[in-house]
Design a protein around this ligand. Structure first.
Ligand SMILES: NC(=O)c1ccc[n+]([C@@H]2O[C@H](COP(=O)([O-])OP(=O)(O)OC[C@H]3O[C@@H](n4cnc5c(N)ncnc54)[C@H](OP(=O)(O)O)[C@@H]3O)[C@@H](O)[C@H]2O)c1
Length: 291
């Protein structure tokens, strides 16, 4: 039995669906407020709970051999991205779970002090590495599923908002590929006790993204490109009246101001170990939105 946390998220949902398609038993950890009907319909066992509650984590792990942790919550990184994962690892250890996959983020080892999520991910990685559990840590760059709302709005309006440097590099990765890698990590020997950067097959610059949208939807892009210092000024101003908001915008600041891409060698290594060909962003967007 697999347990998937964050099962209603962009990645978690795809992991649960792929497991159901393969007829592998899966328990989806969801909140009562989540949209989980489709997962139940596909055959997943639904566990209703809240990852802030250790008792819920303990109950959810009963009878489980594999755990894939995908949840995240930018509104409460200390409780969700950090504490809930530490609790999950402790319970997994006590329950003799066979394999634990943790979805981290590319760049978590670069020491970004401004982002509580990046810091939480790094601390969880270290805790998992020293837990004695059999684990795989995946560090994705941007997930293509996160771009779907942007692509939908581009399809309607042609407008694309790109804050900061147009030339920053990124390796947007197909969320379906990450889901497959997360599942297969439990069954592939070479994935044990490993950390993998996970990106798409192409190193894109950020302006490639609206050009891809433009090709897919056959629309001229209207690009709005404010410089990063405008974002910083706005964030600073907001911070004077709301320090929580200032902190929350820290992760976005890190994402906007830095490059997140995998090398060709890292992607070739991934394709070799997981015996797959990574999908590019254009194909992902076409599959979901072109019609
Ligand atoms: N998105 C990216 O580009 C990106 C890039 C690199 C790494 N990652 C990492 O990849 C993972 C998956 O990302 P994603 O975009 O698929 O995430 P997502 O769509 O934001 O999903 C987050 C999930 O966490 C759940 N969750 C939040 N608070 C919870 C709570 N208190 N109890 C139980 N569940 C709770 C949400 O449930 P509800 O449906 O109820 O809200 C949702 O299912 C995350 O760990 C993220 O940090 C993402």
């Amino acid at each position: 039995m697999f347990l998937v946390t964050g099962a209603t998220g962009g990645l978690g949902r795809r992991i649960v669906q792929q497991l159901c398609d393969q007829e592998i038993p899966v328990r989806a950890f969801v909140r009562l407020s989540s949209r989980y009907a489709q997962l139940e319909h596909r055959g997943a066992q639904i566990f209703l709970g809240d990852l802030r509650e250790q008792r819920d984590i303990e109950k959810a792990c009963q009878g489980v051999q594999y755990i894939i942790s995908t949840h995240s919550n930018p509104d409460n990184p200390l409780k969700l991205d950090y504490r809930a994962n530490i609790d999950l690892i402790d319970v997994a250890k006590a329950a003799n779970v066979k394999h634990f996959v943790f979805i981290s983020v590319l760049g978590t080892d670069r020491g970004y002090e401004d982002s509580p999520i990046f810091k939480a991910k790094r601390e969880v990685e270290k805790y998992l590495q020293s837990s004695g559990l059999n684990y795989t840590i995946l560090r994705p760059s941007a997930l293509a599923s996160s771009l779907l709302p942007l692509a939908e709005s581009f399809k309607q309006t042609g407008i694309y908002l790109l804050i900061g440097d147009r030339k920053n590099r990124t390796s947007v990765v197909s969320t379906d590929d990450v889901a497959r890698i997360a599942i297969d990590s439990g069954f592939i020997e070479a994935a044990n006790h490993q950390i993998f950067p996970v990106g798409g097959p192409e190193i894109l610059i950020r302006e490639d993204i609206y050009q891809i949208f433009s090709r897919v939807f056959n629309r001229e892009p209207i690009v709005i490109n404010p410089p990063l210092f405008l974002f910083d000024g706005l964030r600073g101003g907001l911070g004077l009246i709301n320090s929580d908001l200032y902190q929350k915008l820290g992760t976005l600041r890190v994402l906007l101001g830095n490059e997140f891409f995998c090398t060709t060698e890292e992607i070739q290594n991934l394709e070799l170990i997981f015996k797959m060909k990574m999908e590019n962003l254009e194909s992902f967007i076409r599959r979901y939105l072109a019609s």
